[in-house]
Design a protein around this ligand. Sequence first.
Ligand code: GTQ
Length: 373
Amino acid sequence: MTPRGTRRDDTVLGRARVSDTPELEAYYAELADREAGALWTVANKIEPWYPQPQSAPVLWRYAELRPLVRKALDLVSADDAGRRVVMLVNPGRRDVSAAVGLLYTGLQIMGPGESMTAHRHQAAALRFVHEGTGAWTIVDGEKLRVGPGDFAITPNGTWHEHGNEGDDGPVIWQDGLDIPLVNALDAGFYEVHPDLHQQPGKVVNASVATYGGNLLPYGAEKWARPYSPLLAWPWEATYAALRGLADAAEGSPYDGVIAEYTNPVTGGSVMPTMGAHMQLLRPGQATRAHRHTGSVVYTVAKGRGVSVIAGQRFPWRKGDIFVVPSWAWHEHANLDDSDDACLFSFDDFPVMRSLGFRREEAYADNDGHQPTL
Ligand code: GTQ
């Protein structure tokens, strides 16, 4: 990424350009003694010309993570750990346990027959299932059964507990949470369920039955919460929708055939702090580069390809997870000439939009493609 404000930028009128002198250094020390400081010593840093993310682009290979995640099964019980999760930590964001920007992600593993107690917290969560059958989660009393490729949400403040009722091996799903955002705003709360477990309603995947058919059911206008009443999106329907969309529409020059998981009542993002998308790259398709404010965590749902992020090439295959920091140039390519590739992603775009921070730019040079390092 381009280094912060070049010397030329910083000599522009209106930017701080004060050199240290012994008098000034003594003065800074006096200010520091009183928990104060001179703005001009930090102005160019705290008001950059454009975003300067601490996060680096990173790709985590599923083939490398999977054995490590499975190892945790023998090392800690799910209940002792609370949640048995291997988190993915950006080298520039270790201090806040973020994968990128203010987004957290991790791989959670549950052995056959395991279950954990219920809790709720200020942070919102989402799940994308990597492998295994028998996974379930109960979200505010609704039991959801989820399998590979399924997407589910745990909106902030909802009670949730998870388990694996299958008998043929562990389940690995990916958690995405806005924990670093909640902590950055000093707004975190956490509660254990008074009975340790919820009493689930009788109908499994009730919200999918109610809202999952592209029809707005009677009474939907009464839904007044700031998140989607639909809590899960099965892979088969999502993939079929993307295939249909690919037949009917051109898609985005930057993302291929892309669609957002939405709140069926408002058409908006599934939760107020995090959005999620599924995108399909046609066989051999290579998109053009763009950049935007907002951080994104991608998971390869299908196929193999490569993404170029801030000039760096990241080849990927199914299960791999990679991140695009805010304002980093990025483009994606499907390296298979006969099959499509799919990328699941979640992001902080709803936060960017609601605060008026959304900006986007196309990469103009070189036919829309970055030169790679
Ligand atoms: O499922 O409740 O990966 O609270 C991190 C924190 C999962 C969860 C995580 C959590 C959860």
